[in-house]
Design a protein around this ligand. Sequence first.
Ligand code: SAH
Length: 349
Amino acid sequence: MLVEVPTQHPEAPRSLLGLSQTELSIWAESQGQPAYRGRQIHDWIYAKGARSLDEITVLPKQWRAQMAEFPVGRSQIHYRSVAADDTVKFLLRLSDGETVEAVGIPTAGRLTVCVSSQVGCPMACDFCATGKGGFQRNLYAHEIVDQVLTVQEDMNRRVNNIVFMGMGEPLLNAEQVVRTVQCLNHDVGISQRGMTISTVGVPGQIRRLAEHHLQATLAVSLHASNQPIRERLIPSARKYPLEALLAECQEYVTLTGRRVTFEYILLAELNDEPEHAVELANHLRGFQSHVNLIPYNPISEVDYQRPSPRRIQQFVQALEDRHIAVSVRRTRGLEADAACGQLRRRQTS
Ligand code: SAH
């Protein structure tokens, strides 16, 4: 079954960004303009980077002036820092004064944007800087789309990949995240196959996501091979046992025919023993999945350690010996505090 995401009320949109061409045409008509104005606005806000209606010179002068203050929905770059590996971190100021981070990660011939889905995060995973700052609010779809446009314009390159791995838990804001995927696909022109939604797991939400039949990849932050370790790292694991999470992931595979990525943060002497790799492999035997190991990126509040390269390689080998597909995430943006788990609502470097 295909679940339709409710469209924004066309006559009273919060912003123009996030609306489809049809919705923009309906809005233009509601303002006494011909429908084709919607097409023009669509082109200018998504492709030409217009930040206000007043900049859209093809619109009638009088209407432009009258609508100059109507929100297009763009943020301001509050702070920008570049790491030695050319990863760029943006701290963006939203219309209500809140700030979120987005990261642009260039790799050979590609540009990936790591987007935030919430201001802060309520999940409070022990190893993650975002959770340490608490939770403010969900982001609207247009505020996530804006992050992508901002990085694309600033870095002057087409964005090919999107990872929902910035601040926040995407599946606590699933409706706006699904809207964002559709908008980035239809209106910005980014393939859904280049998008990954990462979740620590929210009961029932993985199944609901499957019902949208997106072509994006689902990544699940497992981080532990057994329930006691997972509970120690992830408070929400207490109410959502590992077995139940894995069962829902299995349902996702059955419903979508797509494989799931399991993210596993490697913390020295905590979850990086060979026996943990064996335990993990046992859970995933016959599961259409892929394991992405993430060597821990340090944050100031806790003193976890990243395992040595030799230790990481042993963990990889133990999984490979058991025929589990595995990769190790290359760390990007570390010294700009732009790497996984290092994003905050304030400037750090
Ligand atoms: N809430 C989503 C997105 C979070 S960020 C989720 O939990 O999946 C994306 C990934 O970075 C997650 O797997 C997260 O657990 C991981 N991460 C968080 N803090 C980290 C750190 N300090 N070092 C390495 N990875 C971290």
